[in-house]
Ligand binder design. Structure first.
Ligand code: ADP
Ligand code: ZN
Ligand code: ZN
Length: 741
């Protein structure tokens, strides 16, 4: 028997399976997914590799085929479905096979089990007393200490004795030998979450909720496997539906994966799962130790876990019999990996469900254009949950036209309405959140008089101002000199847009000297604890105002907040990529959702120079459907996703001249391809961050209606550039990018 092995070295040259002979003694033991030790190269250096296929014939010279050595020590085997998933990831997003395999193996090595030891007394008090006195006479101080402690507590933790009481293991062993005490060992799982089981509250399902659950179950009974999109505002009962669907699968003997954007943001929801499903729920997240991860992996393997909750990597939980995958807040950009392979969890989940015959359930208050497009085309089944079950009403939303403010002499950061409302809330001792979007580095420019934003004539995305005095497009590289004169109204009020959270804080301090202020941004939250401490202080009403970036709008439930101010919606509206409108709409809806979560109704003020922008007007009325119709027209006109497909190719390196040259070579390569007629090519141009940490970055974008064309281009570039033996430059691919380069 032979094994095809992917070697554990990430290099394009070695990115193919190597065939090894399986020794007789390991036949049937080495399987697909096994981590093996192999002799590699001329020197037969021993390295690790992963078996991706077992076969009984070999095309190579059997005398030259080396034999594999054995199973890698302490390794963990990858599941067959996960190997298939790795192949899918490698093909669809580009990367070396070994990187794709590592992506689907969140746990790669076994970590020594944690054993808890306890020391238990075997003698009664009098005898221990006697021994303690004896030890005292012989000046065996440590022994005496331990004996006296055992009189008080006949059952003590081993680590407490060795660490806190400063008694050595030898001393303990000596007493064990003389039958004074014994040691009891207990293996414990390192559990990332330690909590008392909260109270579960089962609710009577609404008719809308019941219908979804019945429909899904009917499909499953009919042997149909579908993807379901649940569109419902926060508080409309989506999580309750997920829990029921999961419970039904568990009753069928299956397991569930639920993806959430970020653990910290969904803590309350997590607790609800614990309350209902108890210890069969497990979590993984990025802050877990290797030991904690490994133990969760073992619990899964031992069948002790039915539900895995976590960010995108939770998809790779090696369940025996998966039945359902849920993706909550499916529009969130954190579902897209930010390193190669840049996979999207939703797409990988679709593949996983296909492989495991599971159903996929997506939920969001503001679905991604991708999912809604598929729902409209009948690829997904669409359900709506329209009512807020928590009883409180939606907030009133005001859109403040900052052009008008300026005309009437108000040059402040705050519109008069927002200023007055802040004043009002401070007097009433109600809380305020002020939100400022900050994305990217470069600024767009707009006319303060009429609101016109200067855009690329070819790509219809905002141009950004560069220090050399030019405005540039980050898709196609189009440039034009900056001028203050507005192309639309002729005023000389075109300006760059700059505002930071620090500036807002200073301003609030000046205007409202008595307000207690907290600020949350990348600077004030270097550590996770900072982040949590700011949130809990605000939640405990230790401050009146919370100022922050995107971080503050997601999911948090602050009962005291009755006013949300969005300082400059423009910053989201005019981000320099095609998703700007979608992201702005999502953020505005989400930020609005922060107001009035408690008993008092909330108010929201959106400040903008573009009050007529469709993302603003539809966010005001919370009209997703109307927003979608407008946004999809733009995507259609420009062939942007989800109508078309976009491939970002990033070329990076230290030597600017070589990076520019390589991007040109790749661009020419694409021009010579047969499918050239079917695709649109934009660039090469500098990336929006054209130089980062002394690395130059160039990008080429390819548009195509057909995703397969993009894969062909990726494959071709990978094959051709391999011949160049690139040492200093690298080429990265991003399919349907979410975050831009
Ligand atoms: P979402 O996930 O859409 O935000 P949830 O499922 O969290 O919505 O529901 C919001 C709140 O309403 C929760 O407190 C939940 O317990 C409650 N809830 C959900 N379904 C019902 C129902 N049918 N009847 C009463 N309360 C419900
Ligand atoms: Zn103008
Ligand atoms: Zn352009």
């Amino acid at each position: 028997m032979y094994a095809e092995v992917i070697v554990d070295i990430s290099h394009e040259k070695l990115d193919r399976p190597f065939t090894y002979k399986i020794p007789k003694s390991l036949e049937g033991i080495v399987e697909e997914g096994t981590n093996v030790e192999i002799p590699f190269g001329a020197g037969n250096k021993v390295i690790n590799g992963i078996v991706i296929r077992i076969k009984d014939s070999n095309d190579y010279d059997p005398d030259k085929t080396k034999e594999l050595i054995g199973i890698a020590k302490g390794s963990v085997k990858a599941d067959t479905n996960l190997i298939k998933l790795a192949t899918f990831i490698r093909k669809s997003y580009g990367s070396t096979q070994i990187n794709a395999l590592k992506t689907v193996m969140p746990v790669k090595k076994s970590v020594k089990r944690e054993v808890k030891k306890r020391v238990i007394a075997l003698l009664d008090e009098t005898k221990l007393e006697y021994l303690a006195d004896e030890a005292s006479k012989k000046h065996k101080n440590a022994q005496e200490r331990l004996l006296r402690e055992l009189i008080k507590y006949p059952d003590i933790s081993y680590s407490f004795i060795t660490n806190k009481m400063n008694v050595s293991s030898q001393t303990i062993q000596a007493l064990v030998k003389n039958d004074v005490c014994r040691i009891e060992e207990e293996t414990v799982y390192r559990n990332p979450i330690r909590i008392d089981k909260p109270e579960d509250s089962k609710v009577e399902l609404s008719d809308e909720q019941k219908k979804i659950i019945e429909d899904v179950n009917k499909d499953i009974q009919n042997g149909e496997r579908n993807t379901y999109l649940i569109h419902g505002i926060t508080g409309s009962g989506k999580t309750e539906v997920y829990m029921h669907l999961i419970e039904d699968r568990i009753k069928e003997g299956k397991q569930a994966i639920m993806l959430i954007p970020e653990i910290a943001l969904t803590y309350q929801n997590l607790m609800r799962f614990y309350a209902r499903f108890g210890d069969t729920v497990s979590v993984i997240h990025s802050k877990m130790t290797a030991g904690e991860r490994y133990d969760q992996y073992l619990r899964v393997k031992e069948g002790k876990v039915n539900i895995m909750i976590g960010p995108r990597s939770a998809l790779f939980t090696p369940f025996e019999n998966l039945g359902i995958v849920v993706i909550d807040e499916e529009h969130e950009s954190s579902y897209k990996a930010d390193n190669m392979p840049k996979y999207h969890a939703r797409e990988v989940a679709e593949k996983l469900c296909e492989l495991t015959d599971s159903i996929l359930v997506l939920g969001s208050a503001t679905p991604s254009l991708e999912s809604y497009y598929k729902a409209k085309n009948g690829e997904y089944k669409l359900y709506k949950l329209n009512d807020r079950l928590t009883g409180n009403t939606l907030p009133s939303v005001y859109v403040e036209d900052m052009r008008a403010e300026l005309k009437e002499g108000n040059k402040s950061v705050f519109s008069r309405r927002l200023h007055n409302l802040i004043d009002d809330r401070l007097n009433k001792h109600e809380q305020i959140m002020l939100f400022l979007n900050r994305r990217g580095v470069s600024g767009f420019v707009s006319c303060r008089e009429c609101g016109e934003v200067v855009k690329c004539p070819h790509c219809d995305v905002s141009l950004s101002y560069h220090r050399d005095g030019n405005l540039k497009c980050h898709y196609c590289g189009y440039e034009t000199p900056f001028t203050k004169i507005c192309p639309k109204c002729g005023s000389d009020k075109v300006r760059g847009f700059k505002a930071g959270t620090q500036m807002i804080e200073d301003f609030v301090r000046k205007e409202f000297p008595h307000a207690l202020i907290l600020r949350m941004d990348a600077d004030s939250t270097k550590k996770q604890e900072d982040y949590e401490s700011i949130l809990s202080r605000f939640s405990n009403r230790e401050a009146d105002v919370l100022i922050g970036t995107q971080m503050i709008v997601k999911g948090h439930d602050f009962k005291g907040v009755t006013l949300v101010g969005i300082i400059a919606a423009d910053m989201a509206l005019n981000a320099e990529d095609y998703r700007a409108g979608e992201r702005a709409f999502q953020q505005l809806v989400q930020a609005s959702g922060r107001a009035g979560r408690g008993d008092n109704p909330g108010e929201v003020v959106i400040q903008t120079y573009q009050p007529d922008h469709y993302a603003v007007t539809y966010a005001k009325t919370q009209d997703y459907e109307a927003f979608y119709e407008d946004e999809i027209k733009y995507r259609e006109a420009m062939m942007y996703p989800p109508v078309g497909n976009l491939l970002g190719i990033q070329i990076t390196g230290e030597d600017e001249r070589r990076v520019v040259k390589l991007s040109k070579v790749i661009s020419d390569m694409i021009d010579r391809m047969e499918i050239r007629e079917e695709i649109g090519k934009i660039g090469p141009a500098n990336a929006s961050l054209s130089k980062k940490c002394d690395i130059y970055r160039r990008v080429i974008y390819i548009k195509s209606l057909n995703y397969d064309n993009l894969i062909k281009i990726k494959d071709y570039i990978e094959k051709e550039t391999e011949k160049f033996n690139l040492e200093k430059e690298s080429v990265m691919f991003d399919f349907n990018p979410m975050n831009g380069f």
